[in-house]
Design a protein around this ligand. Structure first.
Ligand SMILES: Cc1cc2nc3c(=O)[nH]c(=O)nc-3n(C[C@H](O)[C@H](O)[C@H](O)COP(=O)(O)OP(=O)(O)OC[C@H]3O[C@@H](n4cnc5c(N)ncnc54)[C@H](O)[C@@H]3O)c2cc1C
Length: 404
């Protein structure tokens, strides 16, 4: 072998090593979600409105055989155009229940169909008293909407908001994991995706107890028939023996996903009841799904900690401890960084605080900050008044005294 050939071999080997190193680094960055485009910000607020706007209910219809989930179609009283929204966002409502004399209650409801210039649609599930405590009152606003609100009635509504949105910039296959009424934002994502990105594969896993509570049955069957990229998996925990639409018996879990999803990277969007969120979201991470590919929204209290929020330190890993005093509740507790927010922290310790969207948009959990500093991973959509803080997206940066 001549010196020249030897030099050529060495150069080729070095080049190969360099290429392999670059390839491995790129693969690692993609796997860990580093450098991947962040989720899009909410759409331009040009047409959005500040505060409350009046909407008339123009139509209502049940979506499930058991009549526990009702859609409300809403048109603005002022007749001006509706702002677009991103699939997955919600509206915030102030609803006067009972005799209408008390303060209105604030609740959020996801937009359950893609943007439409004329109307918005929400779908509300009647919240029953907890099965183990039937003596408690049933859900106040959802029952009021079901039992009292009719076409012609007017509701106070805040503009679309929320960061649990389908990322249109990533053409990766989408996996939507819905539990019960958690179907609403995911149905909106599904329909948007099939209309706007028809080549993008979408798997919807829809977990219900039985056919009685499966909503949007005909629509989902029709979408499955007409869109080859859409794969529907109805998962029933206690199906009737003659229920042929239940394709899997049990719960949505990682073993089911492993059996039924094609190999490769997917974007996961999860919305469902607390137990499902608290088990499935960490299970996806344990399965090896990069955190940047897991998106989730809880409709109520759910304690999910997957690691540091974007732009923050991992306080739990860093061993951070801050005293948090809830002055009106007369409790002083120690924050150890395990909770995703001060709201989760308060709820985990049985301290009752108002909440709505749980994502920094509606302002229901705004609380006077008597002492200390609260930090936010993202600038919240709701403008926070001086001397106050938002519990649902805030974490302590020092010892705190809160008026809660
Ligand atoms: C971003 C977001 C989007 C949402 N989207 C939707 C949607 O699309 N559709 C939908 O249906 N919901 C949605 N929700 C949930 C919705 O906002 C309400 O939380 C839900 O309708 C229940 O409100 P409620 O007033 O009927 O019940 P509440 O009065 O708030 O009661 C909630 C539950 O607590 C029970 N309860 C009452 N008193 C007590 C007590 N003393 N102790 C313990 N439990 C008690 C009630 O029986 C009921 O089961 C969403 C929530 C969020 C945060």
């Amino acid at each position: 072998m001549t010196a020249l050939t030897l030099l050529a071999y060495i150069s080729a080997a070095l080049l190969l090593q360099l290429a392999a190193g670059i390839g491995l680094a790129v693969w690692r960055r993609r796997r860990d979600g580093v450098g991947v485009t962040p989720p899009p910000p909410p759409p331009s607020a040009d047409l959005a409105w500040p505060g409350w706007r009046e909407f008339r209910v123009v139509r209502r219809e049940f979506e499930d055989p058991g009549h526990s989930q009702c859609s409300f179609y809403l048109e603005p009283l002022d007749g001006s155009p509706l702002p677009p929204f991103l699939p997955g966002q919600f509206l915030t409502f102030a609803v006067a229940t009972g005799d209408g004399q008390g303060s209105p209650l604030v609740r959020c409801y996801s937009l359950s169909e893609p943007p439409n210039p004329k109307h918005y649609r929400i779908t509300v599930k009647r919240a029953l008293a907890p099965a183990r405590q039937p003596e408690l009152p049933a859900g106040e606003v959802s029952n009021h909407l079901h039992d009292v609100v009719q076409p012609g009635d007017v509701l106070q509504v805040k503009a679309p908001a929320g960061r649990f949105v389908l990322d249109p910039a990533r053409d990766m296959p989408v996996v939507l994991l819905a539990g019960g009424i958690g179907i609403t934002p995911l149905l909106c994502m599904l329909r948007w995706c099939l209309a706007e990105q028809p080549g993008r594969s979408v798997h919807l896993y829809y977990g219900v107890r039985s056919a009685q509570e499966r909503a949007f049955g005909e629509l989902l069957a029709e979408l499955e028939r007409t869109h080859p990229a859409f794969h529907l998996h109805v998962v029933c925990s206690s199906p009737a023996s003659d229920d042929r639409d239940c394709r899997h018996v049990g719960y949505i879990d990682v073993p089911l996903l492993r059996q039924t999803l094609p190999a490769g990277r997917h974007q996961f969007y999860v919305c469902g009841p607390t137990p499902m969120m608290e088990s499935l979201v960490p299970a996806l991470a344990d399965w090896g799904v990069p955190l940047s590919d897991i998106h989730f929204e809880a409709f109520g209290p759910a304690s999910i900690h997957l690691g540091p929020a974007e732009g923050t330190d991992d306080q739990a890993a860093a061993g951070v401890h801050f005293e948090v005093a809830f002055r009106r509740s007369g409790r002083t507790l120690v924050w150890d960084g395990r909770d995703a927010s001060l709201l989760d922290f308060a709820e985990r310790h049985g301290i009752s605080v108002d909440s709505g969207c749980r994502s920094g948009s509606c302002g229901s959990c705004e609380t006077a900050l008597i002492e200390g500093t609260v930090g936010y991973a993202h600038t919240p959509d709701h403008p926070i008044a001086a001397g106050r803080c938002l519990l649902c997206v805030g974490t302590p940066r020092s010892r705190l005294v809160l008026d809660a």
